[in-house]
Design a binder for this molecule. Structure first.
Ligand code: ADP
Ligand code: MG
Length: 714
C-alpha cells in the first residue's frame, strides 16, 4: 500500500482523543488560574508592594526598583505551587514568533542540596545571548549582548506540559545600546503616543482624563486543522507551512457548506481543550466557528488593552498548535496553506478607550458633545490612513500574505476605508460645512453646534474593505493570520497619534468662543483633502483598482515594494518624531523583513526543486514505465485497442517530465543567483506542471496526500 493510503486507513481507525471531560469544568474557577494576575498578586504580595505595582500597571508609572525582590519572591512561591521548575523571560524578537530560554529556580545550598531561588534582579532584567536573533545590523555579533526587561503591564503566566511547568515573564528585548530588537518595545512606545495625544485632544473638549487612553485590540484568528498523519506525509507543509503543490480537489468551498456549519466532534474536542487552556491563561476566548474554506476555523477573543491582546494572540497561536497535537491534528496558521480555497487572515479590531472608566471613544456619541469628539477622531483616522496608507500596507507585507492580499477572498493591497453609507453621508455634510439634513431622516441636530448628529447604528457590513468601520471600532483586515499584531498596531497608534496631535495643536490655540467654528473648519479641511481614501463599494473588483489609481492611492502588490515604504523620509520622520522607532531601528526592521522575505522565497524554491527531483519526476517515470511495459505486452499478444491512447498518455507525461527537468535547471541557476522574483515564478511553474501530472498519474502511485484528503479527512 502506498504511504497515502496507509495514512488514510490509520485515520479511519483512529479513536477520538479526549484528554479530559470538560463538562465538569468550572469556568469561573479555572479562569486565570495560570496567570499571576491582580487577584493573585493581592494574595501573595504585602499591601504596600501591591499598591506600588498596581500604580505601575494601571497608570504606566515607572517601576519602583525596591519592590522587585518582593514581587519576584511572590511570583516564585506562586509558580512553585503550580509545579513550575523553571522561569523564562518571554519575548518577541523580529522573527515574528516568541522566544524563551529557561532557567531553573535551583540554587545550591552548599550542603549538597538545592534551594529554590528567584531574585528581583532576575525578574527585572535578563541577558540572553542575542547574537542569533535578527537585528538588521543593529547588533554586530561581537557585541552580542541583548537585554530583556520585565513588562509588568502583561502578567506572568505558567506554561504547562504533561511533565512540568515553566513560569513565563513577558519582557521587552533591546540591545546593549538601548535599541529595540523586538516588537513589544515600539508597541509600548506607540501606546504612550496615542494615549498622550488623545488626552490632549480630549482636554480641548474640556474632558480631563485621570488615567490614560488605551488602544484596544480584538484579533480574530483564522487557522486550518488537518490530520497529523497527512501533514507528516507532506514535506512542503512541514517545512514551509503551505502546500507548494497540489491540484484543487473537485469539492473545495463551492458548496458553501462549511462556514458556520456544525463543528465535527473531533474538532469540538480540540476547541474545548483549546478554550479551557486559554481561559486558564486568562485569555478571554469568546467565539469559535467553522470558516469559509473546508478545514478552516476561527477563534475570536473579547478585546483587551493592546499590549496584553498582542501577547495573548501570540499565546493563542501557540496553544492552538500544542492542543492540536494532543488531538492528532496540526494547526496551520500560514496565510495560504492551500491554493484555490480561502486563506487565513487576522482581523485586527482596534479602538480607543479611556482607562480605567472603559468608555469607547469610537462609539458614536449620544449627544452633540460626544458626537463632536467621535467625529474629530474619525477625521483624524481618515487623514492618518490616507496619509500613511503605504506604511499600513508595509506592516502586513510578508511572503505568506502576498498569496492573500489582492486575491479575491481577502482585501486588496490598496488601503481604503469603509465607513458605511450613513457615516459617509455625515462626513459629506461636514465637508459642505455642516448641513442640516440627515439621510436617515429625523431631526438633524447641529454639532457642537455645527456638526451633524449621528444616526443610530451608523454602519452597514462590508467584508471586502481592508480598513472598515464596524460600529464602534476599526477593523484592519489585511493582517496575516501568522503575523504578530504588533507591527500593524505600532503603525496605527503612531499615524493616528500624529493626526490627533495636529488637530490638538490647532485647537489649543483657539479661544473658547471660536472653538466650534474652528473645529468645523479643521474637520472640513481634513475631509476635503483626504476623502479619496473612503470607499464603500466592492474592493474585490477591477474597477476599484482602476478608480483607486485615479485617486492616487498606492497599490503595492508584492512584499519588497511594500516594505520600501518604511525607508521613506515620511516614515523616518513620523516614527522618529514620536520616538517610536529611530531611523536606525526603522531601517533595521526593513532589513530584517526583506531578508525574511528572501529567505522564505529561497526556502520554498529549494524545497520545490528538491520535491520535483526526488518525488515527482520519479513518480512520472514509474508511471511511464508501467505504460511502456503494457504497450509492449499488448503488442506481443497482438492487441492494438487502447494502445495508441496509452502512447498518447506516455507523451503527455513525457512532456511534463521535460518541463519539470527544464524548470529544475532554471531553478538551480536562479537559486545560485538569489534571484527571488525568478525563483517565485519558477516555483509557480513547477506547481503548474506537477498539478497537471497529479491528474495523469495512477492514484495508487501518487505519494503525497491530495487536497481532497487533507481538506476533508479529519
Ligand atoms: P465580527 O467582526 O466577526 O462580526 P464582532 O464585531 O462581534 O465580530 O467582533 C470581532 C472582534 O472585535 C472581537 O474580538 C471583539 O472583541 C472585537 N471588538 C469589539 N469591540 C472592540 C473594541 N472596542 N476595541 C477592539 N476590539 C473590539
Ligand atoms: Mg470581524
Amino acid at each position: 500500500m502506498n504511504l497515502r493510503k496507509h495514512v488514510i486507513s490509520n485515520i479511519a481507525n483512529k479513536k477520538l482523543e479526549v484528554r479530559k471531560d470538560g463538562r465538569d469544568c468550572d469556568i469561573t474557577a479555572i479562569y486565570g488560574q495560570d496567570v499571576f494576575n491582580l487577584k493573585t498578586m493581592k494574595d501573595y504580595l504585602p499591601k504596600p508592594v501591591y499598591r506600588k505595582l498596581m500604580h505601575t500597571i494601571r497608570n504606566g508609572a515607572t517601576l519602583d526598583p525596591t519592590i522587585a525582590d518582593d514581587v519576584s519572591n511572590a511570583m516564585k512561591r506562586w509558580a512553585l505551587s503550580k509545579g513550575a521548575s523553571h522561569y523564562t523571560h518571554w519575548f518577541q524578537p523580529l522573527t515574528g514568533s516568541t522566544a524563551e530560554k529557561h532557567d531553573s529556580f535551583i540554587e545550591p545550598d552548599l550542603e549538597g542540596g538545592v534551594m529554590m531561588d528567584f531574585s528581583g534582579k532576575s525578574l527585572v532584567k535578563g541577558e540572553p545571548d542575542a547574537s542569533s536573533f535578527p537585528s538588521g545590523g543593529i547588533r554586530a555579533t561581537f557585541e552580542a549582548r541583548g537585554y530583556t526587561a520585565w513588562d509588568p503591564t502583561s502578567p506572568a503566566f505558567i506554561k504547562h506540559s504533561a511533565s512540568g511547568a515553566v513560569l513565563c515573564i513577558p519582557t521587552a528585548f533591546c540591545s546593549y545600546t538601548g535599541e529595540a530588537l523586538d516588537k513589544k518595545t515600539p508597541l509600548l512606545r506607540s501606546m504612550q503616543v496615542i494615549s498622550a495625544q488623545t488626552k490632549r485632544l480630549l482636554a480641548c473638549f474640556g474632558e480631563k482624563v485621570d488615567g490614560k487612553v488605551v488602544a484596544t485590540l480584538g484579533p480574530e484568528q483564522e487557522y486550518f486543522l488537518i490530520d497529523k498523519e497527512l501533514y507528516l506525509a507532506r514535506p512542503d507543509l512541514i517545512q514551509t507551512g503551505r502546500t507548494l503543490f497540489g491540484s484543487v480537489s473537485a469539492k473545495h468551498q463551492q458548496m458553501e457548506d462549511h462556514y458556520f456549519g456544525a463543528v465535527k466532534e473531533r474538532i469540538l474536542n480540540f476547541m474545548n481543550e483549546a478554550d479551557q487552556t486559554l481561559w486558564k491563561l486568562g485569555i478571554p476566548a469568546k467565539t469559535r466557528h467553522n470558516e469559509v474554506a473546508p478545514a478552516q476555523f476561527e477563534l475570536a477573543p473579547i478585546f483587551e488593552e493592546l499590549n496584553l491582546a498582542v501577547d495573548h494572540n501570540m499565546i493563542v497561536m501557540e496553544v492552538l498548535r500544542v492542543v492540536a497535537s494532543h488531538h492528532g491534528l496540526v494547526c496551520l496558521t500560514h496565510e495560504k496553506p492551500f491554493a484555490g480555497v480561502n486563506g487565513s487572515g487576522k482581523h485586527n479590531n482596534w479602538s480607543l478607550m479611556v482607562s480605567p472608566d472603559g468608555k469607547n471613544l469610537l462609539e458614536p456619541g449620544k449627544n452633540p458633545h460626544e458626537n463632536a469628539i467621535f467625529l474629530t477622531l474619525l477625521c483624524a483616522i481618515i487623514r492618518a490612513v490616507d496619509r500613511h496608507a503605504d506604511i499600513l500596507r508595509a506592516t502586513v507585507a510578508h511572503a505568506g500574505n502576498d498569496h492573500r492580499l489582492g486575491a479575491n477572498e481577502a482585501p486588496p493591497a490598496i488601503i481604503s476605508i469603509f465607513l458605511g453609507e450613513q457615516l459617509t453621508d455625515v462626513i459629506g455634510q461636514i465637508e459642505k460645512g455642516g448641513s442640516r439634513s440627515s439621510k436617515s431622516g429625523g431631526t438633524m441636530h447641529v454639532g457642537v453646534d455645527t456638526l451633524p448628529i449621528l444616526p443610530k447604528d451608523a454602519t452597514d457590513r462590508n467584508r471586502t474593505s481592508p480598513f472598515a468601520f464596524t460600529g464602534n471600532k476599526f477593523e484592519f483586515r489585511a493582517v496575516g493570520s501568522n503575523q504578530s499584531c504588533a507591527g500593524p498596531n505600532i503603525a496605527l497608534n503612531t499615524i493616528v497619534g500624529e493626526s490627533i496631535d495636529e488637530i490638538a495643536t490647532e485647537l489649543e490655540k483657539v479661544p473658547a468662543a471660536k472653538f466650534n467654528n474652528s473645529l468645523q473648519a479643521i474637520l472640513q479641511d481634513i475631509i476635503k483633502t483626504h476623502k479619496r481614501v473612503i470607499f464603500n463599494g466592492d474592493n474585490y473588483t477591477a474597477e476599484w483598482a482602476k478608480e483607486a489609481a485615479k485617486r492616487g492611492l498606492p497599490n503595492f502588490k508584492k512584499t519588497p515594494e511594500a516594505l520600501d515604504s518604511l525607508l521613506s523620509k515620511k516614515a523616518e520622520h513620523l516614527f522618529a518624531k514620536y520616538k517610536v522607532l529611530s531611523k536606525t531601528e526603522l531601517h533595521s526592521r526593513h532589513e530584517v523583513y526583506i531578508e525574511e522575505y528572501k529567505k522564505t522565497i529561497i526556502l520554498e524554491g529549494t524545497l520545490a526543486l528538491n520535491m520535483v527531483k526526488t518525488i515527482f519526476i520519479p513518480v512520472a517515470i514509474r508511471q511511464q514505465s508501467i505504460i511502456a511495459d503494457n504497450v509492449i505486452k499488448l503488442k506481443a499478444i497482438g492487441v492494438s485497442a487502447g494502445s495508441e491512447e496509452q502512447k498518447k498518455k506516455a507523451v503527455i507525461i513525457g512532456s511534463l517530465i521535460s518541463r519539470l527537468c527544464g524548470s529544475g535547471e532554471k531553478m538551480e541557476k536562479f537559486l545560485e543567483a538569489y534571484r527571488t522574483d525568478a525563483i517565485l515564478k519558477e516555483t509557480e511553474n513547477m506547481r503548474e506542471a506537477v498539478d497537471k501530472l497529479e491528474q495523469e498519474v495512477d492514484d495508487d502511485l501518487w505519494p503525497l496526500p491530495k487536497y481532497g484528503e487533507m481538506l476533508f479527512i479529519y
